[in-house]
Design a protein around this ligand. Structure first.
Ligand code: SF4
Length: 495
């Protein structure tokens, strides 16, 4: 629960593990606690803000609901407290990025360490308050045998919270018993309430769900819904009023706002531009970003990329020296794409996937958009040929400023691949290592270039902190790398 020094993508830093990075270093550099006033956190993760809005809408008063940083719970909780709600993203460090880091370095991620700390504290209050957990990471809890004994959780909510949060919290406050697990249905648009207070990173959800149906993915399990312009505008206002200088439009593919399966995922340019204009109309300074964009949408709509860049003055204005977004490459193999994630390429065919990725990276480079793209290794049914196709694709991307992040395949609950084997370092072949090293080589090469554009701290002390932090990061990564090679007695491939 941090503003990540105003750089939301630094939140990924909490996925790195100890060892090799000491906890104090990771916390200071990536997730210092959010500030607070009158017992309330000034900024909170978007998912918590949504639940907070549900509770206020269900009849609780502003005085009765407090959103607080876990470390400040002891100062806010009193004898009147009846229920604590916890939103979980990656409690056991099994998210794909965390899993990759932690298994390489044989460490524990910051997300897991913080979760354990919170659970230990809440365990002392078990029986005195009800504890309800929800959020995208609850599948990790339910995969632990005997979780009810291990974690002090009374109820775990799987799915979207809107339909059940109000009822569950009222029952908890009234001392009624709660079900151990609640599977909640998707919320209709009318049930998705606008946040009342500012979110971390100025996040504003513009679409929920995806619809491309990749077999390893959880967001796609939720039907795709586009949030109305009026609510988007309202949430931008709340964020700016709450102290956020920038706003981040969030969806699994912001460029597919207003489109989706019915149009074979061809972007609706008019609606997307209106979305950006709606948000900009609420802001004095055009500090507007997005969380995710699909590479296929970028390749299908280069004119849209151009128009957004013009609106925001990307590459020319101090507010938008570059335009970062997260995307999924996942594989360079059309065969694997067709088998496990055919919808990812739409409106193109799976066979066109490598060309789609190259096109999208090229368009991004032309307009100063910077992808942070993931690759999944260890997918079920993957062959050496598939991995070689990925290596070939990576060669074609090497001149585009970008990050390419390798992730180990993790079977997530509820997905079609939930019973497939989890991938880990002991299963890595020479091709896997080549991909891993190529990704590191690519990302480290571009990191220094992009750091200078992304981090432009005005204060001298902050500049010095980043300078030192950046070098320490490399130092610890080097130490960790050497230790890993020794531990596993690896003979790394030449690359
Ligand atoms: S495109 Fe992304 S969000 Fe959509 S189903 Fe595939 S992995 Fe999930």
């Amino acid at each position: 629960m941090s503003s990540h020094h105003g750089k939301i993508f630094c939140g990924f830093g909490a996925c790195i593990s100890n060892p090799p990075f000491p906890s104090w270093f990771v916390k200071g550099l990536f997730y210092p606690p959010v500030s607070q006033h009158d017992g309330q956190a000034d900024l909170a993760p978007y998912a918590l803000r949504k639940i907070e809005a549900c509770l206020l809408d269900s009849g609780f008063s502003e005085r009765e609901v407090a959103t607080v940083h876990p470390e400040r719970l002891d100062r806010v909780m009193g004898s009147e407290t009846r229920v604590v709600g916890v939103s979980l993203m990656d409690p056991l460090g099994w998210g794909p990025t965390s899993l990759t880091f932690a298994s390489i370095f044989n460490g524990k991620t910051a997300t897991q360490a913080e979760f354990e700390k919170l659970m230990a504290w809440l365990a002392l209050r078990r029986g005195k308050v009800k504890i309800i957990a929800g959020g995208p990471g609850v599948w990790q809890i339910l995969q632990v045998k005997d979780w009810k004994r291990i974690f002090p959780l009374d109820t775990v909510v799987v799915g979207e919270g809107e339909r059940v949060a109000g009822d569950l919290f009222h029952r908890a406050v009234n001392g009624e018993s709660l079900p151990e697990v609640v599977f909640s249905e998707d919320a209709d648009l009318g049930l998705i309430k606008p946040i009342r207070r500012a979110s971390v990173g100025g996040l504003v959800e513009v679409s929920r769900g995806c619809g491309r149906n990749c077999q390893f993915c959880t967001p796609t399990l939720r039907g795709k819904r586009d949030i109305p312009f009026s609510i988007v505008a309202q949430e931008v206002r709340v964020n700016i009023k709450g102290g956020n200088r920038s706003v981040c439009l969030h969806a699994e593919d912001v460029l597919n706002y207003g489109s989706g399966p019915k149009n074979r995922f061809k972007p609706d340019q008019g609606k997307v531009i209106k979305l950006f204009k709606t948000a900009l109309a609420e802001m004095e300074k055009p500090q507007l970003g997005i969380s995710h964009a699909a590479l296929s949408s970028i390749a299908a709509a280069p004119k849209l990329v151009y128009e957004i860049s013009e609106l925001l003055n990307v590459g020319k204005s101090k507010y938008a020296p570059l335009f970062g977004y997260q995307a999924g490459i996942e594989t360079g193999s059309p065969r694997l794409l067709r088998k496990l994630m055919a919808g990812k390429a739409l409106p193109f065919k799976p066979e066109q996937w490598p060309e789609v990725v190259v096109q999208a990276f090229g368009i991004s480079k032309d307009y100063d958009w910077v992808p942070a793209a993931t690759l999944i290794i260890g997918l079920p049914g993957e062959t050496p040929d598939d991995l070689n196709s990925t290596l070939e694709l990576m060669d074609k991307l090497k001149d585009t400023p970008s990050f390419i992040i390798p992730q180990f395949f993790m079977p997530m609950m509820e997905t079609s691949l939930e019973n497939s084997p989890r991938f880990d370092i002991s299963r890595m072949s020479e091709e896997h290592w080549k991909i891993m090293l190529k990704c590191i080589n690519h990302s480290v090469r571009w990191a220094d270039h992009l750091r200078k554009l992304y981090f432009k701290p005005e204060a001298l002390w902050l500049k010095a902190l980043y300078w030192v932090g950046y070098r320490l990061l490399y130092f610890f990564a080097w130490l960790g790398g050497v230790a890993t090679v020794r531990r596993l007695k690896l003979k790394l491939p030449k690359t």
